[in-house]
Design a protein around this ligand. Sequence first.
Ligand SMILES: Nc1nc2c(ncn2[C@@H]2O[C@H](COP(=O)(O)OP(=O)(O)OP(=O)(O)O)[C@@H](O)[C@H]2O)c(=O)[nH]1
Ligand SMILES: [Mg+2]
Length: 245
Amino acid sequence: MERRMLEVKRSVLAGNDEAAEAFREKRREERTFFVDVMASPGAGKTTLLLSLVEGLRARADRAGLPAPKLGVIEADLESDVDARKIKEAGVASVELNTRGVCHVEMGMVERAFEAFGGIPFEWLFLENIGNLVCPAEFDTGAHCRIMLLSVPEGWDKVVKYPPMFAVVDALVVTKSDYLPSNPDFDLAALEECACALNPRLEVFVTSARTGEGLGELVSWLERRRAACVPLVVRSSTVGAFRAAL
Ligand SMILES: Nc1nc2c(ncn2[C@@H]2O[C@H](COP(=O)(O)OP(=O)(O)OP(=O)(O)O)[C@@H](O)[C@H]2O)c(=O)[nH]1
Ligand SMILES: [Mg+2]
């Protein structure tokens, strides 16, 4: 019986992985960079997404570029609370209610993406279900996976819930404004344990209240996007290059 369950689980995950790979490649071809944001409930996912939206818009503005086209899939067991917050910030958002399922699977991502109706996004974010366990197992077709750990949760979550720390590209410590009042939050121990589990992990320490670390996180995400999506060479650039030869 146990063996049979294992086989079924393996085949569900294999089917999901295949669909995730196809989704990832399709979005890459369309120049949409897809970021999966995972964390426990209340760690600050929606707040961080709103800060990232602001940061990406501000940087485009400073560079004299048009505002980036952004979309957010808001996954929750129930409710449209977060999807509404994202819409209020002027960002296209689709609510994905999993009706009690504690993770997001590819079929859900595909349906949510279709609901946008073909907007050519430069950035697509998924606020995954608030859960530090199950989402780690399911590839959502993202190019980049980040997890948040808020200071009030305690640094030892890395020891208690290692799988998610092992699969993500970045660990974003949130609510760093609470560090002075949480002397037992051992940032050095967290980094040491997390990087031992995952040597390629990037670590950011951030606060949506003070703005700490948000600029560094936005810059890193922009570099990740630039390395992932194909370059668009404008004809004016090609002309200037030819003229210079
Ligand atoms: N002090 C402080 N509070 C924060 C920070 N970021 C978020 N919060 C607060 O933490 C609470 C939860 O934030 P959310 O962004 O809703 O967290 P979430 O992970 O999206 O929550 P769920 O979607 O319910 O899982 C809210 O009251 C936020 O105002 C921060 O950097 N510092
Ligand atoms: Mg939220």
